[in-house]
Design a protein around this ligand. Sequence first.
Ligand code: ATP
Length: 230
Amino acid sequence: MPEDPLSGPPGLPGPLGLLGGTFDPIHFGHLRLAEEAREALDLAAVHWIPAGQPPHRQAPRVAATHRLEMVRRALAGNPAFTVDDAEMRATAPSYTVTTLERLRAASDRRPLVLLMGADAFLELATWHRWRDLFTLAHIGVATRPGFELSAEAFPAELAEACAQRLERNPDALREAPAGRVVAFAMTPLAISASLLRTRLAAGQSVRYLLPDPVREYIDQHYLYRMPDGR
Ligand code: ATP
């Protein structure tokens, strides 16, 4: 019987990491974020959630089917990583809060940890129903080159919402299903999907910035050949 991704590998009832993104395309920054979060926060698994049409940013450059396939190729062979295509299949724009409501309903009181880089976290107060996110999941924030992750750098609303939630010890994530915020340092990788799109449009190499099967897929399907104007 296929394993239920929300219950994680058998015998490991640890917190489940959730990583959303446009993955346009997926790259080693995303993969190291998930891998180092798994290690630093002692997650049983990381559930990847590619966005269909994200409401708060420009439309992704390539179709959902291509982005999903690239994610699948990048994660292949790692039993701790699973893919959730529900946001991609949805016809309406998906909000993280509604995705978390669905996953929370399916995972009982299991700790869920919404993973993100420092850039995304610093913009959290602009997300739809952002305060509800804390009632549904913990948040695990990874350092990212170019973004300062000190409490002084937080916008005021975010600082206030997080004041009682920040935890230094990741063990705190096991004590409740949701509500804590933990930052962790990851290997600094100044790789972004925008950088990759720019290089691809200029005909430059992206080798060693993303997994080979993803690079091969991009080549086979002639993706990102035109400048995207961003
Ligand atoms: P773009 O350049 O198109 O904005 P991106 O590379 O930031 O894309 P997203 O799909 O928007 O990729 O990111 C998904 C998540 O991964 C976000 O939470 C983002 O902060 C995080 N992330 C992406 N790249 C890195 C990186 N190099 N280091 C740390 N976190 C990262």
